[in-house]
Design a protein around this ligand. Structure first.
Ligand code: MHO
Length: 223
C-alpha cells in the first residue's frame, strides 16, 4: 500500500463528508481504453475506487498536452482501496471493457495497461497470457508506467461538467485539483454518464454533502 501524494493532499480541510472519509491508504492503477472520458466515468463508480484522474502516459516525448500528445496515450488513473477491491479485479474489468484483439488506428486511443510495480507486472503478464491463449494474439499494450502527466482541468470529470447544477455545487467549494481528486466528483461523473447503481447512491449519497433538492434530482436520474 502506498500513501498517495496527489490525491488526498488536494482536498481542502472542509472537504465533503465522503471525501473527508476517503481512504488515504490506496494503491494506484493506470489504464488506456480509448478516449479517457468514458473509462473515467465508468471507473468512478466501481467498488473500491477512491479517486480517478485522466492524463497522458505510455510515451517518451516530454510534456504532453491534449493538443500536443507526442507518442503518449490517453489514460485514466485510479486510486483504489486494496481492502475493497484488488488490482486483479480491476484488470479483469479492464479486459472486459475492451476487445484485446482490437488495434487502435491511433496511439492516442490504444488499449494499454501500465503497471506500477513488480506485483502489478506479474498480474498483468498472467492476464495477457490468458488472453493470448484465448485469442491467439492480443494487441493490448502492457508496459511499465514511466511518467504520468495529468490532463487539462477541462478533461477531468468531463461528463460531470455537462451537468452544471452538480458541477457548480462542487466547484463552489473546491478548486480544480480538488474537483479532480474528489471521490464525490468521481461518483457524480459516473452517475451523470449513466453508470453506477441506485444501491450505490442509496448507500453513499448522504455523504456527498449535496443540498437535499440536488440529491433528490440525482436519485430520480439514477433510478
Ligand atoms: N471524440 C472526442 C474525443 C475526445 S477525447 C478526450 C471529441 O469530442 O473530441 O479524446
Amino acid at each position: 500500500m502506498t500513501r498517495d501524494a496527489r490525491g488526498a493532499a488536494a482536498l481542502p480541510s472542509t472537504a465533503l463528508p465522503l471525501d473527508a472519509a476517503a481512504s488515504r491508504e490506496v494503491d494506484t492503477a493506470t489504464f488506456g481504453l480509448g478516449c479517457f472520458w468514458g473509462p473515467d466515468a465508468r471507473l468512478g463508480v466501481r467498488p473500491g475506487v477512491v479517486r480517478t484522474r485522466v492524463g497522458y502516459a505510455g510515451g517518451s516525448t516530454p510534456s504532453p498536452t491534449y493538443r500536443d500528445l507526442g507518442d503518449h496515450t490517453e489514460v485514466v488513473q485510479v486510486d483504489f482501496d486494496p481492502t475493497e477491491t484488488s488490482y486483479r479485479d480491476l484488470l479483469d474489468w479492464f479486459v472486459r471493457a475492451h476487445n484485446p484483439r482490437a488495434n487502435s488506428p491511433i496511439r492516442q486511443y490504444d488499449n494499454v495497461v501500465l503497471w506500477h510495480d513488480v506485483g502489478q507486472r506479474e498480474a498483468v503478464e498472467d492476464v495477457i497470457a490468458e488472453q493470448e491463449t484465448r485469442h491467439g494474439h492480443v494487441n493490448t499494450r502492457a508496459e511499465p508506467l514511466d511518467a504520468f502527466t495529468v490532463a487539462e482541468d477541462y478533461h477531468q470529470k468531463y461528463r460531470l461538467r455537462s451537468a452544471p447544477d452538480l458541477f457548480d455545487a462542487l466547484a463552489a467549494r473546491y478548486d480544480d485539483a480538488a474537483v479532480r481528486e474528489s471521490t464525490v466528483a468521481a461518483r457524480l461523473n459516473g452517475f451523470v454518464a449513466g453508470y453506477g447503481s441506485a444501491a450505490l447512491l442509496a448507500d453513499e449519497g448522504a455523504a456527498y454533502g449535496l443540498p437535499d433538492e440536488l440529491l433528490a434530482t440525482l436519485r430520480e436520474r439514477v433510478a
